[in-house]
Each structure stands twice: as structure tokens, then as C-alpha cells.
Design a protein around this ligand. Structure first.
Ligand code: GTQ
Length: 348
């Protein structure tokens, strides 16, 4: 069997032309493009160095308020998906800026959002009436269809990476959005309530999950980092991933979010990872340390707050020059549910 379509003839071409007005087409002309031997993503590997993008973000802060913009975000677009607001085929990524005194007004949408905090301290995001105050390295969730607003009562700019399932939800034609009628939500619970209630190895005795997203909506970096530090003493290092953990919903043990899988990994100084690939195109952010990731035949050097994307099925290997911590997210949770996710270790 070869991977090229059958030969064309004048008669065949004339037949295909006759089919077109009837909105039909011959499968055999496109079969090998539809069913490829391996994933064939148009997405490419790319990196955004924080020191290069930060000045543009600050310029956007002088150009428009968070209120007028609704969300003041610079989208990180895959260079091969220009104009599509997508970092991979299924995921959206952007850098959001909130300046001191600003508010990003309440709204809700069926798209889920994650925030990974990069810069600043003490601005908040509120989800369904509970505020959480943000620090660098915190992983924060805005579940589907929950009211959320952001505000900065601190005296420094606050920047975080937004990850949303916008392209996936749009592909499914399942997107809804509703603006709030108040800018800021009424506080229904004290800050930190969810973490105490659901994220302390305890659950209220008669509590039953109501949604598909973790009831913990802020996973503070201080706790994650401490867990990794503790685990590294006894953990066997994975040859590809170093010490890698996934964020979970404490009520189910499943991923923390239903459409985006999130991870944190520690790579010790001197780590030289073995090549690896998987079907989930992945967005990485460095929060600490320094290193490089080889993706295919390209090398991407990264440091704190740099964001890079590894396309589906692209062979990649991490190296760390200092103890390094990488946060990442992908659609692996969706692929696993559908029985589609695959990985392979070793050189492609
Ligand atoms: O913070 O609600 O980057 O609605 C894109 C869409 C952030 C948000 C984005 C959004 C948000």
C-alpha cells in the first residue's frame, strides 16, 4: 500500500468535477491525507521569552484599561496558526496583565480557564463568590460556567499565563458566554475557604461533587514546591520527565480540570532527559531554573517565566543547567477519556 492517491485521468477528473456541485467528493483522493500513519500537526514548536514579551505587555497596559478590554491579554499564537488564537489545535494561551487599582469585570463562559501566575503578588481572582490571592507559581482554575472577575489591590502589575480550551470548545460548537451585571462579585465565602475545605486531605463529610472540575481552585506554589522538594529525596527520577506530578481533583483523583491536564515537574541541575513524545501538544512554562528543550532538531533555551510549546508527537528532551521547575498543560485528559492518548519513549 502506498501513501499517494490513485493516478488521475481525464475521465476521473471529469467525474470529480461532476460530483462537486452535489457536495460529494471521492474519498480515495484524500484518504491518505485524512488517515495518516502518525499525527500530522501543522503546529510548530515555539518559545516566548518573558524579557522580550514583557515590554509589549506593559505597552498594552498604557494603551487600554483592563475594564475597557474586559480582559487585557496578549494571545500567544502558534506561528503556524496565525489569526486562530490558538497555541495548539485545541488550546489557547495568553498573557494577562492587571495593573494596580484595575478590575477585569465579571463574566462567565463554558470555556474553562487556568491561570499560572508569573509576576506580582496579591492581586485576586474571584470564582463564584470566593477570592483567591495570587503568588508566582500558583495554579488557579476558573471552571466552566463560573462567574469570575480579577482585580489588583496591590501596588505592582500582576501578570499570569492564561490557558483556555477555546479552540476545542469552538470545534465542538459548544461555546456560551454571559457578561455579569456587576463589575465585581459579592464575596460569598472567605478567601482560602475552598483550599481549606477540599485541599487539605479532608472533605466535608456529606459533600458530593457537583461539577467535573476540582473544588480546589488555587493550588499554591509554596505547597507544590515543598511536595516536590520532599519527594525528590526518595523518588526515582524518570529518565524523560525528571520528577513529574499531575494536579488532581481531590474528590476523584482525576485531573483537576475536565478539558485541560496540568502538570508540574522538577528537573535537577545537570538533568539530561531522554527523548519523549506524546499525542498531546503541550504548553510549558518555566517557573524556576534554567535549561533547554530540544524539540525535533531545534533547541529552545528557557529561564524563569518563558513559555514554550511542544507540538503533538514531536520528539523532545529536556536538559536542566540548574534545579528547574516546569509547569505544563495539554489536552491529555480529553485524549485519555476518548482512548486516543499515546506516548513513546526514546528517539523518534
Ligand atoms: O480571564 O476570563 O485569556 O475570558 C481569554 C478569555 C482570559 C478570562 C483570556 C477570558 C479570560
Amino acid at each position: 500500500m502506498d501513501d499517494t492517491p490513485p493516478k488521475r485521468s481525464a475521465e476521473r477528473t471529469a467525474f470529480y468535477d461532476e460530483l462537486a456541485p452535489h457536495h460529494m467528493a471521492p474519498l480515495w483522493e484524500v484518504l491518505h491525507a485524512l488517515l495518516t500513519r502518525e499525527p500530522q500537526t501543522p503546529c510548530v514548536a515555539a518559545i516566548w521569552h518573558y524579557d522580550e514579551v514583557r515590554p509589549y505587555l506593559m505597552r498594552s497596559g498604557a494603551l487600554i484599561t483592563a475594564k475597557e478590554a474586559e480582559r487585557r491579554v496578549l494571545i500567544l499564537e502558534n506561528p503556524a496558526l496565525k489569526g486562530k488564537a490558538a497555541v495548539t489545535h485545541t488550546l489557547y494561551a495568553g498573557l494577562q496583565l492587571i495593573l494596580p487599582g484595575e478590575v477585569a469585570p465579571a463574566h462567565r463562559h463554558s470555556q474553562s480557564a487556568l491561570r499560572f501566575v508569573l509576576e506580582g503578588e496579591g492581586a485576586y481572582t474571584a470564582v463564584d463568590g470566593e477570592r483567591t490571592y495570587m503568588s508566582p507559581g500558583d495554579f488557579i482554575i476558573t471552571p466552566s460556567w463560573t462567574w469570575h472577575d480579577h482585580g489588583n489591590d496591590s501596588d505592582k502589575p500582576m501578570v499570569w499565563l492564561d490557558g483556555l480550551d477555546i479552540p476545542l470548545v469552538s470545534f465542538l460548537d459548544a461555546g456560551f458566554m454571559e457578561p455579569g451585571n456587576a463589575e465585581t462579585q459579592m464575596a460569598a465565602r472567605a478567601a482560602g475557604d475552598s483550599l481549606a475545605r477540599y485541599g487539605s486531605g479532608l472533605l466535608p463529610v456529606d459533600w458530593q461533587p457537583t461539577g467535573r472540575t476540582s473544588p480546589v481552585f488555587n493550588y499554591p506554589y509554596a505547597r507544590t514546591r515543598e511536595a516536590l522538594e520532599q519527594m525528590k529525596r526518595s523518588q526515582e527520577w524518570d529518565p524523560c520527565h525528571g520528577l513529574k506530578v499531575r494536579y488532581v481533583n481531590p474528590a476523584t483523583g482525576d485531573y483537576a480540570m475536565p478539558t485541560m491536564a496540568t502538570f508540574m515537574q522538577l528537573l535537577p541541575a545537570g538533568f539530561a532527559g531522554a527523548p519523549y513524545r506524546a499525542t498531546d501538544g503541550t504548553v510549558y512554562v518555566c517557573i524556576e531554573g534554567r535549561g533547554e528543550t530540544r524539540i525535533g532538531d531545534q533547541r529552545f533555551a528557557w529561564g524563569p517565566r518563558d513559555v514554550f510549546v511542544v507540538p503533538s508527537w514531536a520528539s523532545h528532551a529536556h536538559r536542566a543547567a540548574a534545579d528547574s521547575v516546569l509547569f505544563s498543560f495539554s489536552d491529555r485528559v480529553v485524549q485519555e477519556k476518548l482512548g486516543l492518548w499515546r506516548e513513546a519513549r526514546g528517539a523518534a
